[in-house]
Design a protein. Structure first.
Ligand code: CP
Length: 327
Protein backbone atom coordinates (compact mmCIF):
# COMPACT_ATOMS: atom_id res chain seq x y z
CA UNK A 1 0.00 0.00 0.00
CA UNK A 2 2.91 2.36 0.51
CA UNK A 3 6.44 3.03 -0.71
CA UNK A 4 7.48 4.81 2.53
CA UNK A 5 9.46 2.72 5.03
CA UNK A 6 6.98 0.98 7.32
CA UNK A 7 8.42 1.25 10.83
CA UNK A 8 5.10 0.07 12.32
CA UNK A 9 5.43 -3.52 11.10
CA UNK A 10 5.24 -5.94 14.05
CA UNK A 11 4.98 -3.10 16.57
CA UNK A 12 2.83 -2.97 19.71
CA UNK A 13 0.56 0.08 19.68
CA UNK A 14 0.12 0.90 23.35
CA UNK A 15 0.46 4.69 23.47
CA UNK A 16 0.56 7.51 20.91
CA UNK A 17 3.51 8.81 22.89
CA UNK A 18 5.54 6.06 21.21
CA UNK A 19 4.49 7.00 17.68
CA UNK A 20 6.33 9.69 15.71
CA UNK A 21 4.54 12.27 13.59
CA UNK A 22 5.96 10.53 10.52
CA UNK A 23 4.44 7.22 11.65
CA UNK A 24 1.04 8.80 12.35
CA UNK A 25 1.16 10.35 8.88
CA UNK A 26 2.00 6.99 7.39
CA UNK A 27 -1.25 5.72 8.94
CA UNK A 28 -3.21 8.73 7.57
CA UNK A 29 -1.71 8.43 4.07
CA UNK A 30 -2.45 4.70 4.04
CA UNK A 31 -6.03 5.40 5.21
CA UNK A 32 -6.47 7.90 2.35
CA UNK A 33 -5.84 5.10 -0.13
CA UNK A 34 -8.39 2.73 1.42
CA UNK A 35 -12.15 2.62 0.87
CA UNK A 36 -13.97 1.26 3.95
CA UNK A 37 -16.81 0.01 1.72
CA UNK A 38 -14.46 -2.14 -0.39
CA UNK A 39 -12.82 -5.47 0.36
CA UNK A 40 -9.13 -6.21 0.00
CA UNK A 41 -6.98 -9.31 0.44
CA UNK A 42 -4.12 -7.54 2.25
CA UNK A 43 -4.55 -9.68 5.40
CA UNK A 44 -6.09 -12.78 3.82
CA UNK A 45 -5.56 -15.78 6.11
CA UNK A 46 -4.51 -13.61 9.09
CA UNK A 47 -6.41 -13.71 12.38
CA UNK A 48 -7.11 -10.87 14.81
CA UNK A 49 -7.98 -11.75 18.42
CA UNK A 50 -10.46 -9.15 19.69
CA UNK A 51 -10.03 -9.34 23.47
CA UNK A 52 -12.64 -7.00 24.86
CA UNK A 53 -12.81 -7.33 28.64
CA UNK A 54 -15.17 -4.35 28.89
CA UNK A 55 -17.97 -2.70 26.97
CA UNK A 56 -17.46 -1.19 23.54
CA UNK A 57 -19.57 -0.42 20.50
CA UNK A 58 -17.32 1.59 18.16
CA UNK A 59 -13.83 0.30 18.85
CA UNK A 60 -14.68 -3.37 18.76
CA UNK A 61 -17.01 -3.32 15.76
CA UNK A 62 -14.83 -0.97 13.69
CA UNK A 63 -11.73 -3.09 14.37
CA UNK A 64 -13.67 -6.22 13.40
CA UNK A 65 -15.09 -4.53 10.30
CA UNK A 66 -11.57 -3.33 9.36
CA UNK A 67 -10.10 -6.81 9.68
CA UNK A 68 -12.91 -8.35 7.59
CA UNK A 69 -12.53 -5.64 4.91
CA UNK A 70 -8.83 -6.54 4.66
CA UNK A 71 -9.70 -10.20 4.08
CA UNK A 72 -8.69 -11.43 7.55
CA UNK A 73 -10.58 -13.32 10.25
CA UNK A 74 -11.56 -12.40 13.82
CA UNK A 75 -11.77 -14.46 17.00
CA UNK A 76 -13.06 -13.28 20.36
CA UNK A 77 -15.77 -13.78 22.92
CA UNK A 78 -19.19 -12.26 23.36
CA UNK A 79 -18.55 -11.70 27.05
CA UNK A 80 -15.24 -12.08 28.92
CA UNK A 81 -17.06 -13.63 31.89
CA UNK A 82 -17.43 -16.86 29.88
CA UNK A 83 -13.63 -17.24 29.55
CA UNK A 84 -11.41 -18.94 32.12
CA UNK A 85 -9.95 -15.52 32.99
CA UNK A 86 -13.43 -14.38 34.01
CA UNK A 87 -14.24 -17.60 35.88
CA UNK A 88 -14.05 -16.96 39.63
CA UNK A 89 -13.88 -20.67 40.56
CA UNK A 90 -11.60 -22.23 37.96
CA UNK A 91 -9.95 -19.06 36.72
CA UNK A 92 -6.73 -18.45 34.80
CA UNK A 93 -4.24 -15.60 35.07
CA UNK A 94 -4.21 -12.77 32.58
CA UNK A 95 -0.66 -13.68 31.52
CA UNK A 96 -1.58 -17.31 30.78
CA UNK A 97 -4.66 -16.17 28.87
CA UNK A 98 -2.47 -14.01 26.62
CA UNK A 99 0.03 -16.88 26.16
CA UNK A 100 -2.80 -19.07 24.88
CA UNK A 101 -4.22 -16.49 22.50
CA UNK A 102 -0.77 -15.81 21.07
CA UNK A 103 -0.90 -19.32 19.63
CA UNK A 104 -4.27 -18.71 17.99
CA UNK A 105 -3.91 -15.32 16.30
CA UNK A 106 -1.52 -12.99 14.43
CA UNK A 107 -2.38 -9.92 16.48
CA UNK A 108 -4.22 -8.95 19.64
CA UNK A 109 -6.55 -5.98 19.95
CA UNK A 110 -7.38 -5.54 23.61
CA UNK A 111 -9.61 -3.40 25.78
CA UNK A 112 -8.31 -4.16 29.23
CA UNK A 113 -10.29 -5.63 32.11
CA UNK A 114 -11.62 -3.03 34.47
CA UNK A 115 -10.41 -4.56 37.69
CA UNK A 116 -8.32 -1.75 39.14
CA UNK A 117 -5.01 -2.74 37.55
CA UNK A 118 -3.78 -0.18 35.10
CA UNK A 119 -1.05 -1.98 33.22
CA UNK A 120 -2.78 -4.73 31.24
CA UNK A 121 -1.90 -3.62 27.68
CA UNK A 122 1.76 -3.32 28.71
CA UNK A 123 1.70 -6.79 30.30
CA UNK A 124 0.08 -8.31 27.20
CA UNK A 125 2.73 -6.68 25.00
CA UNK A 126 5.48 -8.06 27.28
CA UNK A 127 4.03 -11.58 27.27
CA UNK A 128 3.03 -11.88 23.59
CA UNK A 129 5.45 -11.98 20.65
CA UNK A 130 2.63 -10.98 18.27
CA UNK A 131 1.63 -7.28 18.08
CA UNK A 132 -0.75 -5.96 20.75
CA UNK A 133 -2.96 -2.95 20.07
CA UNK A 134 -4.37 -1.17 23.11
CA UNK A 135 -8.06 -0.61 22.34
CA UNK A 136 -8.54 1.65 25.37
CA UNK A 137 -8.54 1.13 29.06
CA UNK A 138 -10.48 3.11 31.49
CA UNK A 139 -9.52 3.30 35.12
CA UNK A 140 -7.14 5.88 36.55
CA UNK A 141 -4.25 6.46 37.28
CA UNK A 142 -3.43 8.81 34.51
CA UNK A 143 -1.65 6.43 32.12
CA UNK A 144 -5.00 5.26 30.72
CA UNK A 145 -5.05 5.80 26.98
CA UNK A 146 -6.95 5.01 23.78
CA UNK A 147 -4.33 5.42 21.04
CA UNK A 148 -6.38 4.29 18.04
CA UNK A 149 -9.16 6.73 18.97
CA UNK A 150 -6.45 9.41 19.05
CA UNK A 151 -5.31 8.38 15.56
CA UNK A 152 -8.80 8.47 14.10
CA UNK A 153 -9.44 11.85 15.72
CA UNK A 154 -6.29 13.36 14.21
CA UNK A 155 -7.18 11.82 10.85
CA UNK A 156 -10.65 13.33 11.09
CA UNK A 157 -9.25 16.79 11.87
CA UNK A 158 -6.89 16.52 8.87
CA UNK A 159 -9.72 15.40 6.60
CA UNK A 160 -12.23 17.99 7.78
CA UNK A 161 -9.87 20.98 8.03
CA UNK A 162 -7.29 20.01 5.38
CA UNK A 163 -4.44 20.30 7.91
CA UNK A 164 -3.54 20.00 11.59
CA UNK A 165 -0.70 22.52 11.89
CA UNK A 166 -1.82 26.05 12.71
CA UNK A 167 -5.13 25.08 14.32
CA UNK A 168 -6.53 26.13 17.69
CA UNK A 169 -7.86 23.00 19.34
CA UNK A 170 -10.23 23.29 22.30
CA UNK A 171 -10.58 20.43 24.76
CA UNK A 172 -13.55 20.99 27.04
CA UNK A 173 -14.93 19.22 30.12
CA UNK A 174 -13.30 16.93 32.63
CA UNK A 175 -10.40 15.41 30.70
CA UNK A 176 -7.99 14.77 33.56
CA UNK A 177 -8.40 10.98 33.57
CA UNK A 178 -9.97 10.60 30.13
CA UNK A 179 -8.23 8.02 27.95
CA UNK A 180 -9.07 9.58 24.60
CA UNK A 181 -7.94 13.05 25.67
CA UNK A 182 -4.61 11.61 26.77
CA UNK A 183 -4.12 10.02 23.34
CA UNK A 184 -5.18 13.22 21.56
CA UNK A 185 -2.66 15.23 23.56
CA UNK A 186 0.17 12.80 22.77
CA UNK A 187 -0.74 12.87 19.08
CA UNK A 188 -1.53 16.57 18.62
CA UNK A 189 1.47 17.79 20.64
CA UNK A 190 3.65 16.72 17.68
CA UNK A 191 1.92 19.37 15.53
CA UNK A 192 2.09 23.13 15.57
CA UNK A 193 -1.27 23.55 17.33
CA UNK A 194 -2.51 25.58 20.27
CA UNK A 195 -4.55 23.70 22.87
CA UNK A 196 -7.31 25.70 24.53
CA UNK A 197 -8.07 23.82 27.74
CA UNK A 198 -11.50 24.72 29.13
CA UNK A 199 -12.03 22.43 32.08
CA UNK A 200 -13.82 22.39 35.43
CA UNK A 201 -11.77 22.64 38.60
CA UNK A 202 -9.58 19.51 38.86
CA UNK A 203 -10.59 18.54 35.31
CA UNK A 204 -7.54 19.87 33.44
CA UNK A 205 -4.74 17.59 32.22
CA UNK A 206 -2.10 16.71 34.80
CA UNK A 207 1.43 18.17 34.72
CA UNK A 208 2.69 15.12 32.89
CA UNK A 209 0.60 15.93 29.82
CA UNK A 210 1.24 19.68 30.02
CA UNK A 211 4.98 18.98 30.18
CA UNK A 212 4.70 16.70 27.17
CA UNK A 213 3.12 19.56 25.20
CA UNK A 214 5.94 21.91 26.29
CA UNK A 215 8.60 19.39 25.24
CA UNK A 216 7.02 18.99 21.80
CA UNK A 217 5.76 21.41 19.12
CA UNK A 218 2.42 22.58 20.49
CA UNK A 219 1.40 25.38 22.87
CA UNK A 220 -1.43 25.51 25.38
CA UNK A 221 -3.46 27.90 27.51
CA UNK A 222 -6.28 27.55 30.03
CA UNK A 223 -9.47 29.42 29.10
CA UNK A 224 -13.20 29.57 29.90
CA UNK A 225 -15.65 27.41 27.94
CA UNK A 226 -17.01 30.59 26.32
CA UNK A 227 -13.54 31.68 25.14
CA UNK A 228 -12.69 28.19 23.90
CA UNK A 229 -15.87 27.99 21.82
CA UNK A 230 -15.18 31.45 20.37
CA UNK A 231 -11.51 30.97 19.48
CA UNK A 232 -11.27 27.32 18.45
CA UNK A 233 -11.07 25.80 14.96
CA UNK A 234 -11.79 22.36 16.41
CA UNK A 235 -13.52 21.55 19.69
CA UNK A 236 -13.19 18.14 21.35
CA UNK A 237 -16.07 17.87 23.79
CA UNK A 238 -16.12 15.89 27.04
CA UNK A 239 -18.78 16.32 29.73
CA UNK A 240 -18.14 18.11 33.04
CA UNK A 241 -17.63 14.85 34.92
CA UNK A 242 -18.82 14.03 38.40
CA UNK A 243 -19.99 16.96 40.53
CA UNK A 244 -17.49 17.31 43.44
CA UNK A 245 -16.18 13.88 42.33
CA UNK A 246 -19.34 12.18 43.65
CA UNK A 247 -21.47 9.52 41.99
CA UNK A 248 -25.17 10.56 41.55
CA UNK A 249 -26.23 8.29 44.46
CA UNK A 250 -23.64 9.94 46.76
CA UNK A 251 -25.01 13.45 46.28
CA UNK A 252 -26.65 15.07 49.29
CA UNK A 253 -30.21 16.35 48.74
CA UNK A 254 -29.07 20.01 48.70
CA UNK A 255 -26.32 19.25 46.18
CA UNK A 256 -28.59 17.75 43.51
CA UNK A 257 -29.76 21.03 41.95
CA UNK A 258 -26.16 22.33 41.84
CA UNK A 259 -25.00 19.08 40.25
CA UNK A 260 -27.59 19.52 37.49
CA UNK A 261 -26.50 23.12 36.92
CA UNK A 262 -22.87 22.01 36.79
CA UNK A 263 -23.60 19.32 34.18
CA UNK A 264 -25.65 21.83 32.19
CA UNK A 265 -22.84 24.39 32.23
CA UNK A 266 -20.54 22.00 30.32
CA UNK A 267 -23.12 20.78 27.79
CA UNK A 268 -22.74 22.00 24.21
CA UNK A 269 -25.92 23.57 22.87
CA UNK A 270 -26.58 25.48 19.63
CA UNK A 271 -26.92 28.66 21.69
CA UNK A 272 -23.43 28.30 23.19
CA UNK A 273 -22.00 28.10 19.64
CA UNK A 274 -23.46 31.39 18.39
CA UNK A 275 -20.11 33.30 18.58
CA UNK A 276 -17.98 30.41 17.28
CA UNK A 277 -16.02 30.65 14.02
CA UNK A 278 -18.36 29.71 11.13
CA UNK A 279 -16.21 26.69 10.24
CA UNK A 280 -15.45 25.49 13.78
CA UNK A 281 -16.12 21.76 14.07
CA UNK A 282 -17.37 19.81 17.08
CA UNK A 283 -15.89 16.39 17.79
CA UNK A 284 -16.60 13.69 20.38
CA UNK A 285 -15.35 10.13 20.67
CA UNK A 286 -18.88 8.97 21.62
CA UNK A 287 -20.99 7.89 23.36
CA UNK A 288 -22.00 11.50 24.11
CA UNK A 289 -24.64 10.49 26.63
CA UNK A 290 -24.19 8.87 30.01
CA UNK A 291 -24.97 9.30 33.70
CA UNK A 292 -24.68 13.10 33.36
CA UNK A 293 -26.99 13.31 30.30
CA UNK A 294 -25.86 14.57 26.90
CA UNK A 295 -22.43 16.19 26.49
CA UNK A 296 -23.68 17.56 23.15
CA UNK A 297 -27.39 18.18 22.70
CA UNK A 298 -28.94 16.39 19.70
CA UNK A 299 -29.97 19.81 18.28
CA UNK A 300 -26.27 20.30 17.37
CA UNK A 301 -26.36 17.19 15.14
CA UNK A 302 -28.23 19.09 12.44
CA UNK A 303 -25.57 21.82 12.16
CA UNK A 304 -22.56 21.55 9.80
CA UNK A 305 -20.32 21.68 12.89
CA UNK A 306 -21.32 18.17 13.95
CA UNK A 307 -18.48 15.93 12.84
CA UNK A 308 -18.75 13.21 15.52
CA UNK A 309 -20.59 10.59 13.50
CA UNK A 310 -18.18 10.97 10.55
CA UNK A 311 -15.37 10.78 13.15
CA UNK A 312 -16.71 7.39 14.32
CA UNK A 313 -17.06 6.15 10.72
CA UNK A 314 -13.41 7.08 10.06
CA UNK A 315 -12.58 4.50 12.75
CA UNK A 316 -12.90 1.73 10.16
CA UNK A 317 -10.59 3.39 7.62
CA UNK A 318 -7.92 4.31 10.15
CA UNK A 319 -8.01 0.86 11.76
CA UNK A 320 -7.78 -0.78 8.31
CA UNK A 321 -4.67 1.33 7.70
CA UNK A 322 -3.15 0.50 11.08
CA UNK A 323 -3.84 -3.24 10.78
CA UNK A 324 -2.37 -3.37 7.29
CA UNK A 325 0.79 -1.65 8.55
CA UNK A 326 1.26 -3.55 11.84
CA UNK A 327 0.41 -7.14 10.81
N1 CP B 1 -15.11 5.81 21.15
C1 CP B 1 -15.10 4.60 21.76
O1 CP B 1 -14.07 4.12 22.24
O2 CP B 1 -16.32 3.98 21.78
P1 CP B 1 -16.61 2.52 22.38
O3 CP B 1 -16.37 2.59 23.88
O4 CP B 1 -18.04 2.25 22.03
O5 CP B 1 -15.66 1.56 21.74
Amino acid sequence: LTMVENTLKGRDIISLKDMTRKEMELVFDTADKLDPRKSYDTLKGRIMAALFFETSTRTRLSFESAMHRLGGGVIGWADASVTRFGDPTRGETFEDTIRMIEGYADLIVMRAPQTGLDYYPYVAAEVAQIPVINAGYRLPPEDIEHPTQGLLDLYTVKKEKGRIDGLKIAMTGNIRYERTSHARIYGLAKYDVEFLFANPESGAPTEKYLNYIKENRAKYCHVSLEEALKEADVCFVVDGGAYKGKKPEQLLEQEKADALKFAESWRITVDKLKDSKPDMIIMHDLPRSGAGGFAIYPEVDKTPRAVYFREAANGVTVRMALLSLVV
